[in-house]
Design a protein around this ligand. Structure first.
Ligand code: HEC
Length: 272
């Protein structure tokens, strides 16, 4: 029990000593992100549309100034299992974007207002332009919440296997957004490998206006945008979880049927 306690406490101590060390720039040590509680975790998890709508606003107002969201189309935002925006809202939003189209009859590319079927455009013309402006290419966000996971230390990963904990990606995004723990250094991040991150601190309290009364704090913003990005990376999550439950229910019924069939078949045999 003592050993287990030590193992459980280890990541906490690691995180603390890491932050108290100060400097550490260039070192490969970085803190382990804290586990958040998500509405979409676990076998019955579901997205909260209000949270996804707020998270989209954070992406729209802040993150989209640098990060692309290439795999997501405007109309995806109307997904009833996702952000559940109305068709009208999606149309109006799409129309605020300029989309490059063409070539026209004269062989020229032209710009037109966005349509719901268009995908989110990127503010930069190409990755080179982004790198020249920011010092590094901001990764596309469509799959970021699934791609950036981190190993959870022993024995946590054993528990994770039983509890089906899979939300390390959004945990990491929350951690990065809250990881600017050196006031005065907007590129020092506790959770980024090596601690020096090209992304300057993107969010602080009050940066985004919410209309639903949710707290306008860094903590709330980072959780909402991480949830939104998780939906973007895995829009069919609800469906997948429901299918999983149906398969399990089927297997239980099927096991019962097999048992009674076996009893019938063997009923006449001596000793059974
Ligand atoms: C000013 C431009 C800018 C803005 C605004 C911005 N980012 Fe970034 N972001 C970057 C760049 C550049 C990188 C690459 C950092 C690196 O490689 O050092 C990055 C990296 C990241 C990473 C780390 C990915 C990894 O490689 O592990 C996360 C997570 C992230 N951004 C999330 C966000 C979120 C969420 C928002 C909106 C709240 C946001 N960013 C807003 C420029 C930006």
């Amino acid at each position: 029990m003592f050993a287990l306690g030590v193992a459980l406490a280890a990541p906490v101590f690691a995180a603390q000593s890491d932050s108290s060390q100060g400097g550490g720039i260039g070192s490969e040590t970085h803190a382990v992100p804290a586990r958040q509680s998500w509405t979409f975790a676990g076998p019955f998890g579901k997205f909260d549309p209000e949270q996804l709508q707020r998270g989209f606003k954070v992406y729209h107002d802040v993150c989209s100034n640098c990060h692309s969201l290439k795999l997501v189309a405007f109309r995806d935002l109307a997904d009833p299992e996702g952000p559940d925006f109305s068709e009208g809202q999606v149309k109006a939003l799409a129309a605020t974007y300029k989309i490059e189209d063409g070539p026209n009859d004269a062989g020229q590319m032209f710009e037109r207002p966005g349509r719901p079927s268009d995908h989110f455009p990127w503010v930069f013309a190409n990755p080179e332009a982004a790198k020249a402006a920011l010092g590094a290419v901001p990764p596309d966000m469509s799959l970021l919440a699934k791609a950036r996971t981190y190993p959870r230390p022993f024995p946590l990963f054993l528990f994770d296997a039983f509890t089906q904990y899979q939300e390390t990606g959004p945990d990491y995004i929350v951690a990065i957004l809250n990881g600017y723990t050196h006031p005065g250094d907007d590129h020092w991040n506790l959770y980024f490998p090596g601690h020096t991150i090209a992304m300057p601190r993107p969010l602080k309290d009050g940066a985004v206006q919410y209309t639903d009364g949710a707290p306008q704090t860094l903590t709330q913003y980072s959780r909402d945008v991480a949830a939104f990005l998780y939906w973007a990376a895995e829009p069919k999550l609800d469906e997948r979880k429901q299918m999983g439950m149906r398969v399990i229910a089927f297997l239980i019924v099927f096991a019962g049927l097999l048992y009674f069939t076996k009893r019938r078949i063997w009923a006449g045999v001596a000793g059974h």
